[in-house]
Each structure stands twice: as structure tokens, then as C-alpha cells.
Design a binder for this molecule. Structure first.
Ligand SMILES: C[S@@+](CC[C@H](N)C(=O)[O-])C[C@H]1O[C@@H](n2cnc3c(N)ncnc32)[C@H](O)[C@@H]1O
Length: 256
């Protein structure tokens, strides 16, 4: 962003050309494929949140679905209004035989201490109820053929149930057993270092060899503490698939 502001006209185009040429072929292919997916483009325009056409996480979702290890569930921490949930459900139906997606959100938002724009109190229970209702409606509407198993709870509670192999009713009234191996996790809940580290540790306890991790807001220039988890994972043997600009990582071990 800063670079774009500093460079103007010709030099900016030159810099863009150079960075495109340096982009790994794998990322380029995934970026192109997801950009030409009319359904994904439409869903990110229809559902509110932080995803938008061309957002780097979309190419990473596609990689996760296409390169999914042979066994294990997909887990999403933090679903908000369901933009990422619905895209993951769609991509899993399309490329991964409808592998189950489990997710959780307590619909308790960060950064709500001050009213937004000095006007809107985002800590109001009405906003929380609105966000949850919209999530449920969005999932029913956009993911009817491959509904996720969604739970209204924070990630600590979710992973405690996962570890225990507990059976619970999801937000769509289906009884399901949590637990077992995890093939791909998208961590986008509380963005502090402490909670992101806890979420990642909870994923690691179940991640299959070659399992995939996408950490939202982990870009090098992210203002969030969660980005500190990336070098720790790399030091422990994780490979960086790409940073687009958020980090997509792969656990050591077999891939299919
Ligand atoms: C950035 S939003 C998620 C956006 C969504 N993944 C998307 O891309 O469309 C973050 C969400 O994390 C949820 N959240 C906050 N703390 C959490 C926690 N401890 N466990 C799970 N979710 C949490 C918030 O309620 C919020 O809906």
C-alpha cells in the first residue's frame, strides 16, 4: 500500500511488472483460476466482511481445497457473516468431494471498545444477533448442498469439544461428532498473538502430516499480533507455500 502511494505512473507499472514476473507459477495459477470463478466473485460481492474480489486468501482457499491431504476435516475459526465459510464449502464440494467443514464463532468482536466512527456501538447485543442470524441465513442460502457444521462458541470451547470427540447439535440442528484429524485450518478468530498461538497449537494437536494452515492477517506488514506465529511455525519445520500476503503454510510430512 505504502509502495503504491510512493511510486507513480511509469515506475509503478515497472514495479508491478517485476513483481508479477517474480510471483511463483503455482500462486499465479491459483490466483488466475479463482479470479475467473464467477460464483466466488459473486459470493464475495453478496456477503459482507473483509473479503473482496482479488483478496489473497481466495487463492489460498483454492489451494487448500485442491491440495487437501487425503484424510482430515477442514476447520475455520471465525466465520463472521459467512463469506469465507461459503467459499470454502463451495470449493470443498467442487474439488475435495465435499470434505466436511467445521467452524465456530462466538460473534464477539474485537475493537468494540469505542463506537465505530464515534456513532455505532458494535458491542450492542443487537449487532451480535444480527451477525449471527445473517451467518445462518447466508450459509443456508449459499451452501445448501454442502452445509458446514457451525457452532456458536469461541475457539477454546470448540477445540475442547474437538479433543473430547464430543457430539453436539450444530447451528443447523444436525447432531455431529467433533474431533479427529484436521487436514486444513483457516485461523481468522481473535487476532492477538496469544489467542492465535493457542488456536494454532490446538490445530497442531490434530493436523495430519502435510496439513495446511492459513493464518489471516499474518502478512509481514500486518498490525496484528497473530503474525508472530508465522516465524515460530517456520522454525518448527513448516514450509511457506506462499505469502499472498497472508501466510499459507504446510506441515512437514507426507502429502497425497
Ligand atoms: C475477521 S472476522 C472473520 C471473517 C470471516 N472469516 C470471513 O473471511 O468472512 C473475525 C471473527 O472472529 C470471531 N472471533 C473473535 N474471537 C473469537 C474466538 N476466540 N474464537 C472464534 N471466533 C472468534 C469474531 O466474532 C468475528 O466474527
Amino acid at each position: 500500500m505504502k509502495l503504491r502511494k510512493i511510486l507513480g505512473g511509469k515506475s509503478r507499472r515497472k514495479a508491478q511488472k517485476a513483481s508479477k514476473a517474480e510471483e511463483p507459477a503455482l500462486l499465479r495459477e491459483h490466483r488466475r483460476e479463482i479470479a475467473s470463478d464467477a460464483y466466488v466473485d459473486w459470493v464475495v460481492r453478496m456477503i459482507g466482511g473483509w473479503l473482496e474480489p482479488g483478496h489473497g486468501n481466495l487463492a489460498s482457499f483454492l489451494y487448500g481445497a485442491k491440495q487437501l491431504p487425503a484424510t482430515g476435516a477442514v476447520v475455520e475459526i471465525g466465520s463472521f457473516l459467512g463469506a469465507s465459510t461459503n467459499i470454502l464449502s463451495y470449493l470443498l464440494a467442487r474439488h475435495a468431494g465435499g470434505r466436511p467443514l467445521f467452524n465456530c464463532d462466538p460473534w464477539c468482536f474485537e475493537g468494540t471498545e469505542e463506537p465505530i466512527g464515534g456513532y455505532f456501538d458494535a458491542a450492542r447485543p443487537e449487532w451480535r444477533a444480527y451477525a449471527k442470524d445473517l451467518f445462518v441465513r447466508n450459509a443456508r442460502t449459499f451452501s445448501a448442498p454442502n452445509l458446514p457444521h457451525s457452532f456458536e462458541m469461541d475457539s477454546n470451547e470448540f477445540f475442547a469439544l474437538w479433543k473430547a470427540g464430543a457430539e453436539r447439535s450444530d447451528l443447523f440442528g444436525r447432531s455431529v461428532r467433533l474431533g479427529g484429524p484436521i487436514a486444513f485450518a483457516y485461523v481468522d478468530g481473535n487476532h492477538t498473538y496469544e489467542q492465535a498461538r493457542t488456536d494454532v497449537d490446538n490445530v497442531l494437536a490434530h493436523l495430519v502430516p502435510g496439513g495446511i494452515l492459513l493464518l489471516d492477517d499474518s502478512a509481514d506488514d500486518s498490525p496484528f499480533g497473530c503474525k508472530r506465529v508465522v516465524p515460530e511455525l517456520v522454525a518448527s519445520g513448516f514450509a511457506v507455500v506462499w505469502a499472498n500476503p497472508n501466510y499459507l503454510l504446510r506441515a512437514p510430512g507426507a502429502t497425497r
